[in-house]
Write a protein that binds this ligand. Structure first.
Ligand code: ADP
Ligand code: MG
Length: 285
């Protein structure tokens, strides 16, 4: 394609909400055969709702939720927000937290009422020496809580699929593109969603670095890879792909790491970007 044809494509994209930052990305997209998608905020709404609170015998539901909301009130993650909203909906007073710290793709921790509270994935609690058996749930992301080094219970938040996701995946398949989901969420949720959406392959329980490495591996095997994601946790993977596509509804870090940003922030935008790249190249060659 000529530089002129690419300029035309960039202009046309802008009108359709496909913002092309690196024009070369549009050209590369034409050769892409594999789309890797993040789950939370990309396939799903990214606005999960708290659905279950399951304390151990030592705590009431209210107390467990109170501690969880206290640590999560400083979190930027949609999971954190859903827990805080869940507590507010139940009119629970959320105490202040100090010494807040977050581990991207793992969870959060802080001091609440003089207690050390850790909230997140089993691996994060295990790093803190907390011993327990993680159950997991196909209904949503299970978040685990430890208070002063003791396992205290779990919360489930479920995040509905975006209305457009199923059709967008079908459209990608129709273009002969393989769709792979890489998520930091647990394998049970990932499996349920992969089945429902007819996704070709999935990898769960991934750290941001694992997502990055997963992309590198696919490329080493000869795939041309576009990655679509929205979070800080997706930034390394977006940068490692042949073409990074950020959801405009996502974090700035993701947008900075990507060649293309979608204003709408759903998978239909990815379909549009593919059509654009193919259309442009066909018209002008
Ligand atoms: P995804 O890849 O689906 O976008 P993330 O990488 O953002 O997910 O998060 C991976 C997992 O880390 C979540 O499913 C959750 O178990 C845990 N996690 C991340 N942030 C938080 C948080 N603020 N509170 C509790 N758990 C969290
Ligand atoms: Mg995400």
């Amino acid at each position: 394609a000529t530089p002129m044809s690419i300029m035309v494509g960039v202009g046309r994209g802008a009108k359709e909400g496909v913002l092309v930052k690196e024009a070369a990305g549009l050209e590369t997209l034409q050769q892409v055969d594999t789309v890797v998608v993040d789950k939370t905020g990309t396939l799903t709404e990214g606005k999960p709702k708290l659905t279950h609170v399951q304390p151990t015998d030592n705590f009431s539901e209210e107390d467990l939720l109170k501690y969880a909301a206290a640590v999560e009130q400083n979190s930027e993650h949609p999971i954190g927000q859903s827990i805080v909203n869940g507590a507010k909906d139940r009119e629970i007073q959320i105490p202040a937290a100090t010494d807040f710290d977050s581990t991207t793709g793992q969870g959060v921790q802080a001091q609440v009422d003089g207690k050390q509270v850790v909230c997140g994935k089993p691996s994060l609690l295990k790093e803190h020496g907390v011993d327990f058996t993680a159950e997991g749930s196909p209904e949503g992301t299970t978040v685990y809580l430890a208070i002063d080094g003791q396992y205290a219970g779990s919360l489930v938040v479920s995040d509905p699929l975006k209305a457009s996701t199923e059709e967008a995946i079908r459209a990608l398949h129709d273009m002969g593109i393989r769709v792979v989901m890489m998520t930091g969420d647990n394998p049970k949720v990932a499996e349920a969603i992969a089945k429902k959406l007819n996704i070709d392959d999935y990898q769960a329980d991934l750290s941001p670095q694992d997502k990055h490495d997963g992309i590198v591996k696919l490329r080493e095997k000869g795939a041309k890879v576009a990655m679509a994601g929205d979070g800080i946790n997706d930034a390394p993977a977006l940068a490692a792909a042949d073409v990074g596509i950020a959801m405009g509804t996502g974090t700035d870090v993701a947008i900075e790491s990507a060649a293309i940003t979608l204003m709408g922030g759903d998978l239909n935008g990815v379909v549009k970007a593919f059509r654009l790249s193919r259309g442009v190249m066909r018209n002008i060659k």
